[in-house]
Design a protein around this ligand. Structure first.
Ligand SMILES: C[S@@+](CC[C@H](N)C(=O)[O-])C[C@H]1O[C@@H](n2cnc3c(N)ncnc32)[C@H](O)[C@@H]1O
Length: 202
């Protein structure tokens, strides 16, 4: 029997119809519907952006105003081919751990929102995968402290079952509100969830 990773499901079909390269777009849409993070004319950073669904959704919502920066080890899908010509989009193909990537993207801030869907390639060993996911989240949090505007928001994907509680405690020192949230569009067998922090204190 095929796992839900192999079967085209409702969200994959919807993404195809609506021109998004991946079904993950509906996770961000649901997070935004609940927490109202995307502001017209705002500046945003998308970390772990490829193949580009979150970026495309944000750019469509911004409608030519505001600014989006994005980074990923991989290139963006063909759906994003026109995006640089929007004039308000900067994509860097690179590693979020690389200092030159970090300094360029932080220099393009401050941002009203830092959104990270970045995830390590999974090995199947849950402890190893959780550790790699936590390392990414710790790095994303450090970025956000350096480039969020006061009042800004953070979204960071994390694999459940590890350090999310202590990471949330750390976030509470810096943000007015912090929640864990698992969108319905996450696959049933996935152990990912999202940390959502709003009201950055600066
Ligand atoms: C689930 S995908 C993101 C999907 C994307 N949000 C979308 O909607 O199209 C996770 C991404 O994290 C990226 N990633 C993982 N480690 C990274 C790193 N060290 N630096 C940059 N990107 C990384 C992967 O290359 C992958 O494209």
């Amino acid at each position: 029997m095929k796992s839900s990773y192999e079967k085209p499901d409702f969200w994959s079909q919807k993404a195809k119809t609506e021109g998004y390269p991946a079904r993950s777009v509906y996770k961000l849409a649901e997070i935004d519907e609940k927490f109202h993070l995307l502001k017209a004319g705002g500046r945003f950073l998308d970390i772990g952006a490829a193949p580009g669904s979150w970026s495309l959704w944000i750019l469509r919502r911004l409608g030519g105003k505001g600014f989006l920066a994005a980074v990923d080890l991989q290139g963006l899908g063909p759906e994003l081919a026109q995006a640089p010509s929007f004039g308000n989009f900067r994509f860097i193909r690179g590693d979020l751990y690389a200092e030159e990537v970090r300094s360029e993207l932080i220099g393009l801030g401050p941002y009203d929102g830092v959104f990270s869907d970045a995830a390590p390639s999974t090995t199947g060993n849950r402890i190893v995968d959780q550790g790699a996911s936590e390392a990414i989240v710790e790095s994303v949090l450090a970025w956000s402290y350096d480039c969020l505007a006061p009042g800004g928001s953070l979204v960071a994907k994390i694999f459940q079952g590890g350090a999310e509680r202590s990471l949330m405690d750390g976030l509470r020192q810096r943000f007015a509100a912090v929640r864990g949230f698992k969108p319905k569009a996450c696959r049933a067998e996935s152990f990912e969830t999202y940390l959502v922090a709003t009201g950055f204190r600066g």
